[in-house]
Ligand binder design. Structure first.
Ligand SMILES: NC(=O)C1=CN([C@@H]2O[C@H](COP(=O)(O)OP(=O)(O)OC[C@H]3O[C@@H](n4cnc5c(N)ncnc54)[C@H](O)[C@@H]3O)[C@@H](O)[C@H]2O)C=CC1
Ligand SMILES: NCC(=O)COP(=O)(O)O
Length: 339
């Protein structure tokens, strides 16, 4: 990867989870991982304690974002958060919620201010944050709210799971399955597909993206016998996309659109709900896939996994998806890096 002009801003994530573990391990092996420079927004003493617990010989240095590029080759740059964070792997403590949120806000602010090239988030423990009063279902929606607050024109977040052999987007995200048929409107499908089409061109360098759009019901509704949404909501939205010149096909039966030959026919799949998208993505490439947010004025990526509390602090957490998220953030924020 060619040298970066700005570092990436990495959030702390849930301190009781594996975010610190994968960040420290990926940094230690930064040359093998071909990692562009980044800094972590966290309590330096907490990261030092976790590194010692893991037996990782990683030098850390407290610095400002502006000093991160020159620091990175020699020490992991840490932009300090206010106040201490305890090293208690395996426990998601709602009382640290404010610091977890502050780290995300700081990463976004730095990126919008041009100090960082993009945001890379470490996993949050959603329930612990809800218990701490967090009002958003996840990062994706929170980042959309932060973009909206900043006055940005682009503030509708779209979740993308990106693996080596599959790009897939859930049109509805963090809602109960029972709410999907109501939330799945033609307008939502259109808005999502337009953002995906735009960002595949601008952030992934795909000149004419081919979108494959899933049905909602078994066999895409089997002509209405197994559900009405496929014919009445999804098909008209696809016709409208086609009329706009977007290469969209479907509604496709979701059970047969993710095998290798089917994937060769499109650049990105749009699934109708969270698990319809994330099951194929994580099954194909749990340790390589990245969760990215499209539709915003800045790039955000994240490892595809969660906090994995039960292995935090043990050394078992693999840093591959975190490393892939760091590399993808650099490429998406500078598509000229695509080889
Ligand atoms: N971007 C984010 O902030 C995300 C947050 N989460 C949150 O994480 C929490 C736990 O979610 P789970 O569904 O249990 O998923 P999880 O991804 O944390 O764990 C699922 C399984 O995979 C294993 N695993 C996960 N990452 C691994 C790694 N890097 N190396 C080796 N093994 C690994 C875990 O030990 C566990 O057996 C929840 O609160 C969830 O909301 C989940 C996904 C993404
Ligand atoms: N399963 C993916 C996930 O829940 C991640 O959500 P987000 O925090 O990236 O919005």
């Amino acid at each position: 990867m060619r040298p970066s002009l700005r570092p990436l801003a990495v959030t702390m994530g849930e301190p009781g989870g594996i975010g610190p573990d994968v960040t420290l391990r990926a940094y230690r092996d930064r040359l093998e991982n071909d990692l562009p420079p980044f800094y972590v927004i966290a309590d330096p003493a907490f990261l030092t304690a976790r590194a010692e617990r893991l037996g990782l010989r990683v030098k850390l240095r407290e610095c400002a974002p502006e000093e991160a590029l020159e620091t990175f080759p020699d020490a992991l740059p840490v932009v300090p958060l206010d106040g201490p964070v305890a090293d208690t792997p395996g426990t998601a403590d709602p009382t640290t919620g404010a610091k977890v949120i502050a780290s995300i806000e700081r990463a976004v602010a730095d990126t919008l201010a041009g100090k960082a090239a993009a945001v890379v988030t470490n996993p949050i423990h959603k329930k612990a944050l809800y218990d701490a009063g967090f009002q958003h279902p996840g990062h994706t929606e929170f980042l959309g709210a932060l973009a909206r607050q900043s006055g940005a024109e682009r503030h509708q977040p779209v979740m993308l799971l990106a693996g080596p052999d599959l790009l897939v987007v859930p049109v509805t995200v963090h809602i109960p399955l029972s709410a999907v048929p109501t939330e799945l409107t033609g307008e939502r499908i259109l808005a999502t597909a337009r953002i995906v089409h735009h960002d595949l061109i601008t952030r992934f360098g795909i000149a004419k993206p081919r979108l494959a759009i899933a049905g909602l019901n078994p066999h895409a509704g089997e002509g209405g016998a197994l559900g009405q949404e496929d014919d009445q909501v999804i098909a008209p939205a696809i016709a409208r996309l086609q009329a706009e010149g977007i290469d969209a096909t479907g509604p496709l039966p979701a059970d047969t659109m993710f095998h290798a030959e089917a994937r060769a026919g499109y650049d990105c799949a749009l699934a109708m709900y969270h698990d319809q998208a994330l099951i194929p993505a994580k099954t194909l490439a749990f340790h390589e896939a990245v969760n990215a947010t499209l539709g915003l004025p800045f790039v955000r990526t994240s490892p595809d996994h969660g906090t994995a509390l039960s292995i935090a602090g043990t050394g078992e957490a693999r840093p591959d998806s975190f490393a892939a998220a760091v590399r993808l953030a650099a490429v998406m924020s500078d598509p000229g890096l695509i080889e």
